[in-house]
Structure formats: C-alpha cells, structure tokens
Design a protein around this ligand. Sequence first.
Ligand SMILES: [Zn+2]
Length: 181
Amino acid sequence: MSRKRKIDAVEPSGHSCYWASCRQPGDYKAPKPGGAPRDYQWFCEEHIVQFNKSWDFFAGMSEAEIYAFQKDSYLGHNPTWKVNHQASSMHQRMNDAFGKLFGEGAGFESVQVTLPRELRDALAVLDLEHPTDKDSIKSQYRELAKKYHPDRNAGNKLAEEAFKKVTHAYQILMSQYSEAS
Ligand SMILES: [Zn+2]
C-alpha cells in the first residue's frame, strides 16, 4: 500500500479527538474517509496512529468508492439476498475499521441495500422488484418463458430475443436469491 497518510503534527487545533469516547485534544488531522479533499477530522496522537492503520484499508479506493461503501452495502437487511463472500467480508472489514475509528456500532447499519447492476437489470427483465425469492422468480419466469417460447413464436425474431433475455435473467436471479423463508 503506497498511499499511507503521513502524520501531520500541527499547532493545538482547538478540536478534540474524534475517536469515540476519547477526551484528548485532537491536534493531528486526517482526511475524512469519503469527505471532500480538504475535509479533515482530528485525532489525538494515539488515535491518529490507529487511524492510519485503518487507512490502509481505504488505500487504493477513490473517495467516491469510499463514500459509496459508507452509504451502500451489499450486505442486505434482507434474508433472501444472498451476499457473495467477497462483498460480505469487505463489509465486515469496513465495519471493523469504522468501529475502531468511531466506536462500536459505528459504520453503516442504516444503509439502503444497493444491488449490483447485473441483478437490477435481471430483475427488470422479469418485471420483479427486490426483495423477492426463488418462488416468485420461478413463477414469473414460467409465465414469460411460455409467452416467448419458440414453439409458440415460430420465426419471430423479437420473441426469440426476448426468450433468451428472460432465460438469462432467470439464471442470474436463481443463483443469487434463496428460497422463500
Ligand atoms: Zn484520541
């Protein structure tokens, strides 16, 4: 990681340490994850070190990506949304980092679930909305597949395309959603 932030000691800043439950003066500034370029937060000497350790996690992400991670989460509050392992461990690491910085429970608990574009598109093709489950996906697919099935639409190119699209979307959704709970 090459983007390590150096520690800038400054004059007494008048700020107090941003670390949860710390009452020390915050005379060391650090960039705010997801903040504007000149948006700083202030820490005491002990906590700026902790902050810089956590900062490694963010290194390599753009400000926009960090912001997106704070705002969005692939980890749904919806049991039917099966997270992939990578997104889930990423979320865990983010929450750990935020928890260390701002105290237990800090992070992004109250965030909206943002679905990957591929899933949103697939849902749109089947005219479904998140959250959903395998049963709904299956019955919606059955209906559309029947409608566009080549047997019923001989020589109809549009129906052929639609059938392929619907089938592809169905496969994507079936791999991502779980059974109805
Ligand atoms: Zn502190």
